[in-house]
Ligand binder design. Sequence first.
Ligand SMILES: Nc1ncnc2c1ncn2[C@@H]1O[C@H](COP(=O)(O)OP(=O)(O)OP(=O)(O)O)[C@@H](O)[C@H]1O
Ligand SMILES: *[C@@H]1O[C@H](CO)[C@@H](O)[C@H](O)[C@H]1NC(C)=O
Ligand SMILES: *[C@@H]1O[C@H](CO)[C@@H](O)[C@H](O)[C@H]1NC(C)=O
Ligand SMILES: *[C@@H]1O[C@H](CO)[C@@H](O)[C@H](O)[C@H]1NC(C)=O
Ligand SMILES: *[C@@H]1O[C@H](CO)[C@@H](O)[C@H](O)[C@H]1NC(C)=O
Ligand SMILES: *[C@@H]1O[C@H](CO)[C@@H](O)[C@H](O)[C@H]1NC(C)=O
Ligand SMILES: *[C@@H]1O[C@H](CO)[C@@H](O)[C@H](O)[C@H]1NC(C)=O
Ligand SMILES: *[C@@H]1O[C@H](CO)[C@@H](O)[C@H](O)[C@H]1NC(C)=O
Ligand SMILES: *[C@@H]1O[C@H](CO)[C@@H](O)[C@H](O)[C@H]1NC(C)=O
Length: 672
Amino acid sequence: MAMCFTFRLAILLTLLLTSLADMDDVGFIYNGFLSANLSLDGIAKLTSCGLLKLTNETGRYEKGGAFYPHLINFKNSTNRSVSSFSTTFVFAIISESQAFGGHGIAFAISPTRGHPEAVPYEYLGLFNESNNGNGTNHVIAIELDTVQSDNFNDINNNHVGIDINGLNSTYSFPAGYYKDGSRQFRNLSMIDGKRIQIWVEYHGREKRMDVTLAPSGVSKPKTPLLSSPLDLSSIVNSEMYVGFSSSTGALISSHYVLGWSFKMNGQAQELTLSRLPKLPRLGPKKKSRLLTNGLPLVLASVILAGVSSVVYFVRRKRKFAEIVEDWELEYGPHRFKFKDLYVATKGFKDKELLGAGGFGRVYKGVLPTTKLEVAVKRVSRESKQGMKEFIAEIVSIGRLRHRNLVQLLGYCRRQGELLLVYDYMPNGSLDKYLYNQPKLTLNWSQRFRVIKGVASGLFYLHEEWEQVVIHRDVKASNILLDSGLNGRLGDFGLARLYDHGTEPQTTHVVGTVGYLAPELTRTGEATPCTDVFAFGAFLLEVACGRRPISQSSTDVILVDWVYSCWRKGDILEAKDPNLGSDCVAEEVELILKLGLICSQSEPEARPTMRHIVQFLEGDIPFPRMSSLRLSSGIAFSHRTGFDEFAMLYTSSLNNKFSHSSSAEASLLSGGL
Ligand SMILES: Nc1ncnc2c1ncn2[C@@H]1O[C@H](COP(=O)(O)OP(=O)(O)OP(=O)(O)O)[C@@H](O)[C@H]1O
Ligand SMILES: *[C@@H]1O[C@H](CO)[C@@H](O)[C@H](O)[C@H]1NC(C)=O
Ligand SMILES: *[C@@H]1O[C@H](CO)[C@@H](O)[C@H](O)[C@H]1NC(C)=O
Ligand SMILES: *[C@@H]1O[C@H](CO)[C@@H](O)[C@H](O)[C@H]1NC(C)=O
Ligand SMILES: *[C@@H]1O[C@H](CO)[C@@H](O)[C@H](O)[C@H]1NC(C)=O
Ligand SMILES: *[C@@H]1O[C@H](CO)[C@@H](O)[C@H](O)[C@H]1NC(C)=O
Ligand SMILES: *[C@@H]1O[C@H](CO)[C@@H](O)[C@H](O)[C@H]1NC(C)=O
Ligand SMILES: *[C@@H]1O[C@H](CO)[C@@H](O)[C@H](O)[C@H]1NC(C)=O
Ligand SMILES: *[C@@H]1O[C@H](CO)[C@@H](O)[C@H](O)[C@H]1NC(C)=O
């Protein structure tokens, strides 16, 4: 009996030990992912032919992840040191234009099988703004990054990096490989759709990480691309998941993994390249039969075509000429080809015209490569001076990202004009829904949501981004509505960056009458307070359904009228009659009063956008206006301010001043 028991115990122990050893030495290989059991996240899919497709060609601002479903033991169970491991996989990044695309793929070792709280674009679906770089993440990633993100000090837009707990790579190097024998470095462009194999090896004893890249089919180069000292002991937990994460931004790529092999404590088994699934073909199929059957005919037509195409190209070259200067090359990804924009807008046809503003006409377009709907703004006339600063500004504006801003995708520059490319907003601008007996109006809850959205967008510009950005032209016609009827601030053409602490040297006042703070007309200096003033005018506009300065003979100045209603004790009299009865009286009252306090002539008396957001969210109670009035002497001395307006107003032809010529001169003079 006793013997039997010890025997059983022995069996149990050996079973336990072998299973422990098994756990230490996990290994798996996927030559294609047909019937693979991976834990998928985001928009990642396994295709019917066995490709792991992390992101697809239509998903913008998406993330996709795939993880091996079981935990893997990374630490030696006896002495807790991090064990060696090795992995290899074949990937391909396909972006239709082969020049733009984003953002990349990361191989990740992580405590979780997915990162639901992470964000896409440059965060690769692994981290978010608040946890990037935080030691509590316990994430190691090998990034294959195709976009240069300044906020992570990226070295270029085609690099491999070792990331510890965040996207500021600990080590990185341009993608490429050292060809065996010659020791010569060859660049590899990761975005051009070719299959590339990567090997990642961690040597536990030496505490070193090697990363090696090569075009698929080239055997593993002896010299790694990165061979970096790295002690993972404080970074990996004993048990971790391994997998991939990928993301897209404004620019899209399809990110594929074709095969993957992993081994703990040993060399990952080599992939059988011939068994890997095929990538989808790019572009139309080649017609090979024609060549063999009708070679002479083809030759003749080739010559003919050659001659005519020379003529064609010379003409075309003139038509699509654009200016690129050396200093612009570094802004590569944000620069569009004029030809693409020309094709996108069907040659800037009048049919595609969305509207015309002070700075030029805006056309709708569909980008030929990505099928992305865009709005292209053609700003005519160009002053060469200050162009560099201005473009730098555009590029940095393009990095602003917020759900309540119209995303600027890029620009294009030609002789005599500048084209700005924005996200297309299917529901147009807000002013169309407000005044002049609109065909469609918004109900109160829609308006309130638009207001909250715009407030949070403006708050982001003022306080949440790395620099203070002043919009300078907040008004209903610059608020665009996206497909979900969310308000988005548009038209950053006028926004000027205004660094913390530096004095702006503005020479021209830019803006629209009715939204200009009185001190702006005196000093010409735009500040966050002047934006708040304009925002106040916008609030009153939305609540009352009228322009700040109406063009008819009566109630010339909206703020005066609302103020007088409030004085009479019935501020709600001012609300838009189109709103009917379904509105929330407290909210309308809040907006009207907020509109008034933003319209105070003393800049210091106006609330900041942070306060406004808090008022709107109900986080802080709205101050009683009477007390406010007493303490700050809210006397609406805008009388003086508005007298200046009235003068300007009558002296300008349309309802703007400093328009086209001078506004644009200031826009392009780059006098930051
Ligand atoms: N991203 C966009 N998506 C859809 N429509 C747009 C977009 N941007 C502009 N538009 C349309 O084009 C019109 C003109 O825009 P634009 O910003 O040039 O003029 P504005 O705002 O009236 O004047 P200003 O140039 O002084 O700001 C807008 O009223 C809007 O209807
Ligand atoms: C896939 O893995 C998950 C997680 O371990 C498991 O629950 C599931 O049963 C597996 N499915 C198959 C088909 O093996
Ligand atoms: C891309 O993924 C999204 C989300 O899964 C899906 O809605 C869309 O149809 C996909 N597009 C293509 C072309 O597969
Ligand atoms: C774990 O560490 C012990 C002690 O150093 C060693 O004997 C053993 O081989 C290690 N196990 C593995 C799987 O490396
Ligand atoms: C970032 O992710 C962490 C967890 O990974 C989460 O706790 C946090 O709320 C997220 N932050 C934001 C701003 O989403
Ligand atoms: C990443 O680099 C940027 C740019 O230098 C820096 O501002 C940021 O603080 C860094 N983040 C971390 C987590 O190191
Ligand atoms: C890191 O994350 C932890 C937990 O999420 C948090 O408590 C801590 O404040 C973060 N540290 C930094 C520097 O953000
Ligand atoms: C590789 O690319 C870098 C920068 O992208 C460039 O400076 C270098 O000349 C390229 N080398 C080769 C061999 O093409
Ligand atoms: C643990 O064991 C490994 C493998 O035997 C060895 O290389 C390492 O130095 C040991 N670490 C410690 C802290 O003893």
